[in-house]
Write a protein that binds this ligand. Structure first.
Ligand SMILES: [Zn+2]
Length: 381
């Protein structure tokens, strides 16, 4: 799944909050099982009360997960790392940050904040559980929330990357070895080990014919395995791009089109040349950028009546790169803005700027691919 998929439900501390479709499944399951549990534990409650308290408890549980993710996010923001989104999905929550922390201590603090927040909630609900009798709504609700927040904190502390415990583990290895890539490889291996462990644990339930628990653990293990592999792949990308800048991979050939031509003609130009992105000139002045993506955003039947100028990305909205920009940062910006290419501009505001080339996502990925094919090469960069 892509982390920011799902529907947006709001914004907290400037961070968009998303609910993934799979969240609905787990929300319904938890609400149902809570209502069932309350009907067994509290037969004197009315059915409406059993379901009402079940629903409220379930909502507060997801509030707890959100609180956990917000704790990670607040610490990340303190380090000036932008939090792109928080998504609640079937296995819990996920805060997506715009870049990796640049120091081990930052990663450690961001990772540890989540479990600490869950321990904090455990403390609050445990206190409420002591104050209010278990037969009452608040007591019953607090008892379950105390239990689940403690479980959440402990589960997340399992040292398998990318769980919080795995991130804490990586930060410690990173701090000790001063090597981010080695730390990630070790933490990634621990993540795989934990993931396989969970799958094996799940399989043990199958032997006891407890299919529900079995499937659950196998799925969590599978999800973690995938996530661990992805993070290790990310480090390979980092290593392949280290020391390279925009100037290394940009094409110096910059196709241009006239802003007055119709989209129909532009489509023809794209088909004829295979070039997917053009700078738009009007009377020899740079006014914007046009590409296949923008072309496709206009319905086909309107192509004949619209000019490139009407559909292009206007000049002031184009994202630019400088020739010296590190390639990894550039790739992150391309991905964050969801664009495929960026013009490279050199010069200064005073002396006049000019476009010297174009960097595409493909050209960067080719470098990564070639790096993977050649394996580690010791160069003096
Ligand atoms: Zn966490």
């Amino acid at each position: 799944m892509t982390p920011a998929s799902g529907f947006k439900v709001g914004r907290i501390l400037g961070i968009p909050i998303y609910l993934h479709a799979s969240w609905l499944i787990i929300f319904a399951l938890i609400t149902y099982s809570l209502a069932m549990q309350f009907s067994v534990d509290h037969p004197h409650w009315s059915q409406t009360e059993q379901w009402g308290v079940g629903l409220l408890t379930s909502l507060l549980f997801f509030g707890s997960v959100l609180f956990h993710e917000l704790a990670h996010s607040v610490v990340a923001q303190r380090y000036k790392i932008r939090v792109v989104s928080i998504t609640l999905f079937i296995f819990g929550g996920m805060a997506r940050i715009a870049r990796d922390p640049s120091r081990a201590i930052e990663e450690f603090n961001i990772a540890v904040a989540g479990p600490l927040a869950s321990f904090f909630l455990y403390g609050i609900f445990h206190f409420l559980e002591k104050v209010f009798p278990a037969s009452e709504f608040l007591g019953a609700l607090s008892g379950w929330l105390a239990f689940i927040n403690l479980r959440l904190a402990l589960f997340n502390l399992i040292p398998g990357f990318p769980l919080d415990g795995g991130r804490i583990f990586r930060a410690i290895v990173w701090g000790a070895t001063k090597s981010h890539s080695r730390a990630t490889r070790i933490a990634g291996a621990s993540g795989k080990l934990v993931a396989y462990g969970m799958m094996a644990y799940g399989a043990s339930f199958f032997l006891k014919s407890d299919w529900q628990s079995g499937i659950w653990w196998v799925l969590i293990g599978w999800f973690l395995l995938d996530a661990a592999q992805q993070s290790v792949a990310q480090v390979a990308v980092r290593e392949a791009l280290a020391g390279l800048s925009a100037a290394d991979v940009m094409t110096r050939e910059i196709p241009t089109v006239d802003g007055h031509i119709t989209l129909e003609d532009y489509g023809g130009e794209v088909l004829r040349t295979g070039r997917r992105c053009h700078l738009v000139l009007t009377d020899d002045r740079l006014v914007g950028m046009m590409n296949v993506h923008m072309l496709n955003s206009v319905p086909r039947e309107e192509w004949a009546h619209n000019s490139v100028q009407a559909a292009m990305i206007p000049r002031e909205k184009i994202l630019w790169a400088s020739p010296q920009e590190p390639l990894l940062r550039l790739l992150e910006r391309l991905l964050a803005a969801d664009v495929n290419q960026m013009p490279v501009v050199s010069g200064t505001e005073e002396n006049g700027t000019h476009v010297v080339g174009m960097v595409t996502r493909d050209s960067i990925l080719r470098v990564v691919q070639t790096g993977a094919e050649l394996g580690p090469v010791t160069t003096s960069r």
